[in-house]
Design a protein around this ligand. Structure first.
Ligand code: NAP
Length: 242
């Protein structure tokens, strides 16, 4: 069997109703996985595009929402994709915007990893975790302080979990998407000045597509990446190389 095949694997993707999460769910399905498409809204549109899939309502308004999902459920792959962003000058930034972003992007991500790994370790199974980080895991950004803090946290969490679980057969890695055309970047793309400045700086000369991220997620979910641990792979059209 191909080292890139996910035949016989069961995957959970958070935020699978749209954008990057939707593309990842479809790509994991195309590689042979049974995909549980989780979202705070219906993922029916995603499920309809996958041979073997189901939807699951999962809202990280409670960051511990995934605590009972994995025990005895036979999951092999977890993709922590759900994330939000809030924009305001740091001098004006509210506690509400800080907590909302940290809760979904960092706290829910960590405790979902924990619940997933507890089940895999109890059952003695190898498993794969793919966290969605950001260019703002490396850079500071502007007017997005809680997002930057949370995405730096994602990279750090990915490293510590890899250190603790690599020898136990769980791969923990992350993908740092560049500027991808989704709801998350609609405000930027609608601002002609910011949009041009971003595009001019991307060596590949185009915004990324959700599919660009999905292909890397298949690699990190498959046996092909068995010796990759604690890594954050930038899929950014060369942005960080600049
Ligand atoms: P998106 O279209 O806004 O998707 C975000 C997903 O997260 C949606 O499914 C959203 O659900 C879900 N989500 C948000 N809050 C949630 C909650 N409380 N409970 C459950 N699900 C929740 O944006 P995207 O670009 O595809 O983002 C996906 C991931 O990539 C995020 O972690 C984001 O930070 C990261 N990322 C994106 C870019 C980019 O350029 N687009 C760059 C770097 C990193 P709803 O549809 O219900 O809101």
């Amino acid at each position: 069997m191909s080292r890139f095949s996910l035949e016989g694997k069961k995957a959970l993707v958070t935020g699978a109703n749209t954008g990057i999460g939707q593309a990842i769910a479809i790509a994991l399905g195309a590689a042979g996985a049974h995909v549980v498409c989780a979202g705070r809204r219906s993922c029916a549109e995603t499920v309809a595009q996958i041979a073997s899939a189901e939807e699951l309502l999962l809202d990280f308004a409670d960051p511990m929402a995934a605590r009972d999902l994995f025990s005895g459920a036979g999951y092999d792959i977890l993709v922590n994709n759900a994330g939000i962003i809030r924009r305001a000058e740091s001098v004006d930034f509210s506690e509400e915007d800080w907590d909302a972003v940290m809760d979904v992007n960092a706290k829910a991500l960590f405790f979902t990893c924990q619940a997933f790994a507890r089940a895999a370790l109890a059952e003695g199974r190898g498993a794969k975790i793919v966290n969605i980080a950001s260019l703002l895991s490396y850079q500071g950004g502007i007017r997005v302080p809680s997002y930057t803090a949370s995405k730096h946290a994602v990279q750090g969490i990915t490293k510590i979990l890899a250190n603790e679980w690599a020898a136990k057969g769980i791969n923990v890695n992350a993908i740092a998407p560049g500027y991808i055309e989704t709801n998350n970047t609609e405000a930027l793309r609608n601002d002609p000045e910011r949009s041009k400045a971003i595009l001019d700086r991307i060596p590949a000369g185009r915004w990324g597509a959700p599919q660009d991220i999905a292909d890397t997620a298949v690699f990190l979910a498959a046996p092909a990446s068995d010796y990759v641990h604690g890594e954050t792979i930038a899929v950014d059209g060369g942005w960080l190389a600049r």
